[in-house]
Design a protein around this ligand. Sequence first.
Ligand code: 5AD
Ligand code: SF4
Length: 481
Amino acid sequence: MEKIIEEKNQGTALTLEKDQKNTRNLYIESYGCQMNFSDSEIVASILAQEGFNTTNSLEEADLVLVNTCSIREKAEQTVRKRLEKFNAVKKTRPHIRVGVLGCMAERLKSKLLEEERIVDMVVGPDAYKDLPNLIREIDEGRNAVNVILSKDETYGDVAPVRLNSNGVTAFVSITRGCDNMCTFCVVPFTRGRERSRDPQSIVHEVNELWEKGYREVTLLGQNVDSYLWYGGGLKKDFDAASAIQKATAVNFSNLLALVAEAQPRMRIRFSTSNPQDMTLDVIETMARFKNICNYIHLPVQSGSDRILKAMNRLHTREEYFELINNIRKIIPDCAISQDIITGFPTETEEDHQDTLSLMEYVKYDFGFMFAYSERPGTLAARKLMDNIPEEAKKRRLSEVIDLQLKHSLQRTKEHLGKIEEVLIEGTSKKSELQWMGRNSQNTVVVFPKENYAVGEFVMVRIEDCTSATLMGKAVGYSENN
Ligand code: 5AD
Ligand code: SF4
């Protein structure tokens, strides 16, 4: 199934059209979450000012950057293998410099330079504006490190260049960091405390994207519902803000409305929502604006109250059901997807059954499912034994995946016979003769091209489906076109 990502092993090399003035080549490869892909666009934008064109050929590269993920051990192992490969290339092309960006840079810091000696530069997620200085250091033969996490860096003033873009959909980051401290998660350590980006700079970016022909944006954050702008500063310091700052603060539902009103024909999505922070306001705002898509990625991680507590997820199974009921009541055709972890420390078969029964209740449209991977430094690693045998973790994972596949097929079947609005993103991977796009619920739809074009909103009659894809035929343009 396309949408179930057990482990994303493939790094993606991102490129952009060449600027003739630029003299050096940057090869940048990204792993992990959407935020990393979005950050790589910020990095490319900063380095374009420093004379770098992007290339997707390692052979042409002068500078190799890897934007890394630490979320599970396997993600780090994949990056290490790539670093070995880059070092091998260095033997034949010694002028190449290699840098590690992102979460592994932050987690391992100078260890990668001093002990392992596999890179020239280590740059944490809040230090990308320092890249020009760091590159000067390595040009002069010194190693370079900046892993300082910031209180206010949001890159709000950097206009990202759009790498490998389809010209239709784009990511716009709205918050950085996370304050939630789920006990399994390394993100609060690698990406720092939570801060929000100025809503004006977000609206400005969305307006510019519309002007350039983009028709869909995804507002990105580790926990978007926690978005709070009160003039800058960390979310945790909001209590100490002035009365005026508090009165004029912008929360996530305000931000959604601002963006939806600024560009009423732009489709708006967002990710990720944390159940404990998602309010009714947000769901009502989604219902109020036609251009906010009917889709919520709402990770639950486990269906057992005991495990949720041990994970420091601050809601119960019942509270999650209440939220699902409210979503279904306010937006009846809203798609919902999950993240689930199997084999968290102490998870019993009964806890696992609770996860399966929660899935039965929600019947998610799709999901991202993982076996628990202990991350050094997290509370779970410090306080709990990783005591579920690998076979049990894997067996539970395959049970969760099988159930999700069944539900996904049930959900896609519900679209049969309906006429749905699809935004065309590009040619289908399977056939040159078909377009690929998505409906509001984020399900992939393929249909014959006829005379339609990329970036158009088309009404498609759904005629067939797999568990991940809808197949149909266009019946005309959408009124949104
Ligand atoms: N082990 C397995 N999965 C994890 N995730 C986060 N940390 C871990 C871990 N230590 C999963 C969660 C999260 C998603 C982005 O990755 O399900 O929602
Ligand atoms: Fe990690 Fe939890 Fe924050 Fe998500 S909400 S990034 S799982 S700590």
